[in-house]
Design a binder for this molecule. Structure first.
Ligand code: HEC
Length: 136
């Protein structure tokens, strides 16, 4: 009986140890945070540069001509139905639509670092807007 009790105590202890290890598995330090924020800011800045660049398309038009400071890009409303494409699309699809139409350029691959940078910049500019997927 005493031996059983001891085994149970050991098992409970091991379970708690396993649980606490998984809780702390995601722990990060101030140094990590600083590093991640730096990486994020770098990508946002790359996106901002692309957004103001006249080299993304073929006709020297840049995104900021129609969307200064990413206005009217409404990233918080995606995914949503877009009549240009006749279906529910993601923000990146609309970025490509503008690259292909107003900018007369080649669409970016959806995982192209330039696409991710544009998305990061546009979304960052709208920080604090409540999510409203599907909204028009
Ligand atoms: C000549 C003007 C013009 C330029 C330049 C332009 N856009 Fe647009 N953009 C539009 C129009 C028009 C729409 C369509 C609005 C709609 O249907 O919601 C649009 C829509 C968008 C949307 C979706 C907005 C929404 O409310 O859902 C995004 C995102 C966007 N543009 C990003 C970009 C990016 C990124 C660039 C540069 C690669 C760019 N645009 C360049 C005119 C422009």
């Amino acid at each position: 009986m005493a031996k059983n009790l001891r085994n149970i105590v050991i098992i409970v202890f091991l379970c708690l140890l396993a649980a606490s290890a998984s809780i702390f598995a995601d722990e990060f330090t101030e140094d990590d945070l600083e590093k991640w924020n730096k990486e994020f800011t770098t990508v946002v800045n790359q996106g901002e540069a692309l957004f103001h660049s006249n080299k993304l398309g073929s006709n020297t038009v840049s995104c900021d001509m129609c969307h200064p400071n990413a206005t009217n890009t409404h990233p918080e409303t995606y995914p949503k139905f877009q009549k240009q494409m006749g279906k529910v699309v993601a923000l990146r699809d609309m970025i490509n639509w503008c690259i292909q139409n107003p900018l007369e350029g080649e669409p970016l691959k959806l995982d192209d670092p330039k696409m991710i940078a544009l998305e990061a910049y546009i979304t960052y500019e709208r920080t604090g807007k409540p999510l409203a997927p599907g909204k028009h």
